[in-house]
Design a protein around this ligand. Structure first.
Ligand code: SAM
Length: 258
């Protein structure tokens, strides 16, 4: 039996999302590679390269907030980018997530990196809809990768993002989106609804969680609708406000707090 997720009231969604990610936390990194054939790594690399995080000559080190940061995939990449490309060894990332089990995996991972002393990366349990431990106007960059579709109240999360960014700060989201090539979409739909839950069952012995992941992707708004929501939260967007990756399997949305 799966969660019957579509039918649950809003107030139970948060709890279900918590269960899903607690149950996938240990297998999460491996499953990402298996299900996306490793492509999620390329998307994440591109996301970070596009944002180009790091201290600029004469500027201050950055405060970066990685929301729904899970096991730290984006956070480590941003620190690596700042260190290697900008020779910036001071900018920091605060990784927040609603799920302590995901953060524990991230913290464990951090101990095997050059950020093991914890001076540049911190992990904290926070709900993206409130971010109540993050002060107003305090962050230079807000990132969320494959997280926002899981939020119960996306407009509230976008308002929280706007609140915590300083003026000039950037909101950036990497998320699954709508495939824009018909024939490819047909293959993709078959793959996600038939193969992914099966792989979840075989590789992680957890069909339900992977069924949820597939459904959450299908329900997430289109690129244009989501860009409209970002605008509604008060961000300025340039052009369409998004970039499609792999025919729209994923997309990057950005906005600036003015
Ligand atoms: N950003 C990481 C990555 O790209 O590998 C993790 C993505 S994982 C698919 C989604 C994460 O969103 C999970 O760790 C989950 O706990 C978190 N999440 C779901 N709802 C949340 C909320 N309301 N506030 C904060 N995090 C949330």
């Amino acid at each position: 039996t799966h969660f019957g997720f579509k039918d649950v009231p809003e107030y139970e969604k948060e709890e279900l999302v918590r269960e899903v990610f607690s149950s996938v936390a240990k297998s999460y990194d491996v499953m990402n590679d298996v299900m996306s054939f490793g492509i999620h790594r390329l998307w994440k690399d591109h996301f970070v390269a596009k944002l180009d995080p790091g201290r600029r000559p004469g500027g201050e080190p950055l405060s970066i907030l990685d929301v729904a940061g899970g096991t730290g995939d984006i956070a480590f990449r941003m620190l690596d980018w700042a260190s290697d490309i900008h020779n910036d060894h001071q900018s920091k990332v605060l990784v927040v997530d609603i799920n302590e089990d995901m953060l524990k995996e991230g913290h464990k991972r951090s101990l095997t990196t050059r950020y093991a002393d914890g001076s540049r990366i911190e992990f904290k349990v926070q709900n993206a809809e409130f971010l109540d431990a993050v002060p107003d106007n305090s962050q230079d960059l807000y990132t969320v990768a494959f997280g926002i579709r899981n939020f119960t109240n996306i407009p509230a999360a976008l308002r929280a993002a706007h609140r915590i960014l300083r003026p000039g700060g950037v909101f950036a989201c990497l998320e699954f989106s709508k495939v824009n090539v018909g024939i490819f979409d047909m293959i993709y739909q078959q793959y996600s609804f038939n193969i992914i839950p099966l792989m979840g069952q075989l590789v992680a012995a957890d069909r339900d969680s992977y069924q949820y992941l597939v459904e959450s992707i299908a329900r997430f708004p289109s690129q244009k609708e989501f860009a409209g929501m970002i605008k509604d939260a008060g961000f300025e967007i340039s052009g369409d406000g998004y970039e499609d990756l792999t025919f729209g399997v994923a997309a990057i949305h950005t906005g600036v707090k003015v």
